[in-house]
Design a protein around this ligand. Structure first.
Ligand code: CIR
Length: 257
């Protein structure tokens, strides 16, 4: 089914401080800011080429992770739930995002002790899968359940297998289909949804951004591109090498709504 809802995206440019962003392993070699910026600019251009109206916010050097805007909110049913980010050093990134979303969406807030990162939230149709990671706690999950359950969504908790976020290993392709890294989250998690597999060794590519039948996919993952094409999608590979050094991937660089 065609994705009809996405017309807009919010992104945020790479700050000059990106080298100080959180990462599970210290990047070696270090992040090259100019290359990271070029990769981010290519990502914004690719979204625009697909007809998405992109608002690219200025960066905030006080928040080295601020380009990873996905984590700051969960958007569904015309509502943006503003996250209380799981990493204390990232709290405050959401302020500029909130102002940019205010004209478009109803805003809801989350309070302590709840924590949530948008990277743990996978919305497919009327179902929201919420990863229980080191960033998203049980109170965060319950907040999502209370808010979006009342709006007619099914909210499903998912154990996250030793990665930063749920969407490190899966992402949405259309309203019936997910892309899933083989050997990570059990397929059964997704019930009757169609599952396309990113093969072993290409888990990073399971994080992609689909706009209609076009899919932005991290370059250098031929098996995943083959699987996507076989499932009827058109792939657009993008280099994400520098963003990856800060544990960034494709979905984390935008909020689609
Ligand atoms: C972090 O550790 O929070 C950032 N360096 C990376 C966030 C990536 N976000 C995402 O995949 N949704």
């Amino acid at each position: 089914m065609e994705q009809t809802g996405v017309v807009r995206a919010l992104t945020r440019a790479v700050p000059e401080t990106l080298a100080q962003a959180l990462s599970q392993a210290p990047p070696d070699p270090p992040i090259e800011i100019a290359r990271a910026r070029a990769q981010h600019e290519a990502y914004v251009a690719a979204l625009r080429s697909l007809g998405v109206e992109v608002q690219n916010l200025p960066p905030d050097p006080a928040h080295p992770d601020c380009c990873f805007v996905e984590d700051t909110v969960l958007v569904a049913e015309g509502v943006a739930l503003v996250a209380r980010l799981g990493a204390p050093s990232r709290r405050g990134e959401e302020a500029a995002v909130v102002e940019a979303l205010r004209p478009h969406l109803r805003l809801e807030r989350m309070r302590a002790p709840a924590t949530l990162d948008g990277g743990d939230c996978l919305r497919v149709g009327k179902t929201i899968f919420v990863g229980q990671s080191g960033r998203t706690n049980a109170a965060g999950l319950e907040h999502v359940r209370g808010l979006f359950g009342a709006l007619g969504c099914r909210v499903v908790a998912v154990a996250v297998p030793g990665v930063l976020h749920l969407k490190c290993v899966c992402s949405r392709l259309d309203e019936q289909t997910v892309l899933l890294a083989e050997g990570t989250v059990p397929r059964e998690t997704f019930g009757s949804l169609r599952v396309v597999s990113a093969p072993a060794g290409e888990a990073y590519a399971a994080n992609c951004v689909a706009v209609g039948r076009k899919v932005l996919v991290s370059a250098g993952h031929p098996g995943t591109e083959r699987a996507l094409r076989a499932a009827g999608f058109v792939t657009i590979p993008l280099d994400t090498g520098e963003l990856r050094k800060a544990d960034g991937a494709l979905t984390c660089c935008s909020i689609l709504f």
